[in-house]
Design a protein around this ligand. Structure first.
Ligand code: PLP
Length: 375
């Protein structure tokens, strides 16, 4: 089957990123050299185990966590977030969850969880509103950055509020880790933390979960069976995938935080030349690579997306997980968009290698599509 060309016109990096050169090389090298099962007892398996533990220590260090055994390698952020929410549900934790969490948090959340609203201009939860909850809840869940709007969330402050109140704090950092700097602050802020390799040049199907030290040796388990991952996740570890994830992170670290210049120029150009665009979460702090907007006119976003695709540009109508369905996005609902507006939303998310020219090209392509689709 013909494979799509990876190109500078790819603007859907929040859905997934291409495998980085370092990740690919490390994946092949680790698969060739350390293919033994890290749980086996002969010398070569011991070397695989040593590599696994070195990678765990490295990740713990990057996250500002002093106890590497709190770090669990998983099949991605979905598994990790599901595990935290199921643990909360099974242990009867009263929970408060932001209204813009990823479906893998929302759908597994304990029944009756309180939904924390976001500010419709900035897309961020209001810290003052959160101050009301500790005392009433056992767990607060807030992502680090939203995958649709790009809105950065006040996770550090919320983590502090939780710590002072003795409430557990879960943060889904899938759109933050490997995309912006400052990851070492997560250790102090969070009890539970999750991340995903394919959002920053690592392979798909690899990620991580951090649990509080008190859960080691307890009932918490992401998967049950063997004693791998300090009893927190059964199953033979994907050592090559884990090594590739860390290689991708190492390769990216010096480039973080990214630069919002291309995105900002794109928005200015579009605001000038395509009147009637409504920007989403533009008033707040956003991921440097993300822009979301409601298109003018009557045509649905899908028609724009198809036109852009023909011009060689890949963009999204929302999160990759929801866009295959016809359901309106709960994030757009939380941002106060009406049904009609939700049908005209486009999200673009660039990569570290998207050049200013790529962003200009995207703006031009939208104008070309607009010439056909607008009255
Ligand atoms: N959380 C957020 C914020 C995401 O954006 C995603 C992916 O879209 C996930 C969780 C799920 O990650 P994974 O694909 O690793 O399961």
């Amino acid at each position: 089957m013909e494979s799509p060309e990876s190109s500078s016109r790819y603007f859907d990096h929040n859905a997934t990123t291409p495998l980085s050169a370092a990740a690919r090389e490390t994946w092949i090298d680790t698969s060739d050299r350390f293919w033994q099962n890290p749980s086996s007892l002969y010398r070569e398996a011991g070397m695989a185990k040593r590599l696994l533990e070195d990678l765990r220590e490295e990740l713990a260090d990057e996250l500002g966590i002093d106890e590497p055994e709190r770090v669990v390698f998983t099949s991605g952020a979905t598994e990790a977030n599901n595990a935290v929410m199921r643990w909360a549900a099974d242990s009867g934790k009263k929970s408060a969850i932001s209204a813009i969490e990823h479906p893998c948090v929302m759908e597994a959340a304990p029944t009756g969880a309180i939904a924390l609203p976001v500010n419709r201009e900035t897309g961020a939860v209001e810290v003052e509103a959160i101050r009301e909850y500790p005392g009433d809840v056992d767990l607060i869940s807030l992502m680090a950055a939203n995958n649709e709007t790009g809105a950065i969330q006040p996770w550090e402050e919320v983590g502090k509020i939780c710590r002072e109140a003795g409430v557990s704090f879960h943060c889904d950092a899938a759109q933050w880790f490997g995309k912006i700097g400052g990851a070492e602050k997560f250790g102090e802020a969070c009890d539970f933390l999750t991340g995903s390799a394919h959002k920053f040049g690592g392979p798909k199907g690899v990620g991580f979960l951090v649990v509080p030290e008190s859960e080691i040796g307890g009932t918490f388990a992401s998967q049950t069976g063997g004693p791998q991952e300090n009893g927190l996740r059964a199953g033979t570890e994907d050592l090559a995938g884990i090594a590739a994830m860390m290689a991708a992170f190492r390769e990216r670290s010096p480039c973080l935080p990214g630069n919002s210049g291309g995105r900002d120029a794109f928005e200015s150009a579009l605001a000038q030349k395509l009147p009637g665009v409504r920007w989403i979460a533009q008033a707040g702090e956003r991921l440097w690579n993300t822009s979301m907007f409601v298109l003018p006119g009557d045509e649905k976003n899908l028609k724009w997306l198809v036109r852009l695709s023909r011009l060689g540009f890949a963009v999204s109508t929302g999160s990759a997980c929801s866009s295959g369905k016809n359901n309106p996005s709960h994030v757009m609902e939380a941002m106060g968009l009406d049904f009609d507006e939700m049908g005209r939303v486009i999200r673009v998310s660039g990569g570290l290698d998207s050049s200013p020219e790529d962003w200009v090209g995207l703006a031009d392509a939208l104008l070309e599509a607009g010439a056909e689709l607008l009255p």
